[in-house]
Design a protein around this ligand. Sequence first.
Ligand code: BG6
Length: 287
Amino acid sequence: MESLKIHEIPGRVTVIGGPGGMPVIQVRTDASEAEIHPHGAHVTRFRKNGGAPLLFMSEASEFQPGKPIRGGVPVIFPWFGAREGQPFHGFARVTVWDLQETAALPDASVRLRFRLPEGDGFQADYIVTVGNTLKLELSVTNTSATDLTFESCLHTYFQIGDIHRTEVRGLQGASYLDQLLGERLTEEAGSIRFTAETDRIYQDTAATVDIVDPALGRIIRVRKSGSLSTVVWNPWIAKAQRMPDFGDEEYLQMVCVESGNVREHAITLAPGERATLEVELDTLPLD
Ligand code: BG6
């Protein structure tokens, strides 16, 4: 706690005790507020003044060492999905990151920089900038003498008003792996709608994605760079019931649109090279 408190900025950055006895960093700017857990460098809250929360957080989430938080923005690194004998979706989301620096910037936003301590052959830095938008940057540097290959994904859970009326736009024409069918398909639709469990890895797409949410009267805009994969996920009814840390009805109020580099878009860095994945999240009124 003390190592975090030295990074407090009066009126901007405060460290408090959170659920499960874990510390939480609260950020306040003129335009917005946010919360970040050093556990996983996990952003659990972002809200623009006067708006609804941007990020969905499950009421049933655990806050325990070694367990991922359900909701917000899990940082998936250095692999996506299963790896034998290892944590699903990598260890970054279940590791306590070091908070290295906080800064109040001239444009009134607040920037926090985290570093993953277990850098065996790599250095992973995560910069969170809270302002009018929420900006997330994951930089990985190969500090070893050989090539480094990894996957990464910012597994963002968005708060929406009603999944039945939600549309995801921007992926038309992209090819995707339907993880439920195990088939490679091409997105024909201009707007993706949700009527069942959905788990798709869209590839070769750097496109901006809009989540159109008439129930909350807003569009969530996901802009990214350094990313060629976009994952779209909603667990729907049966999977929601199977997940112990997710409410049975919560699938109605969330959708994951995840930006990263997974499967065939895993990144390989030569010694000394660095790759940065950048995502900027914003909301616009829907009229
Ligand atoms: C998604 C995967 O990214 O994450 C899904 O595509 C998975 O297959 C989901 O179910 C949630 O994973 P977890 O480990 O957080 O329950």
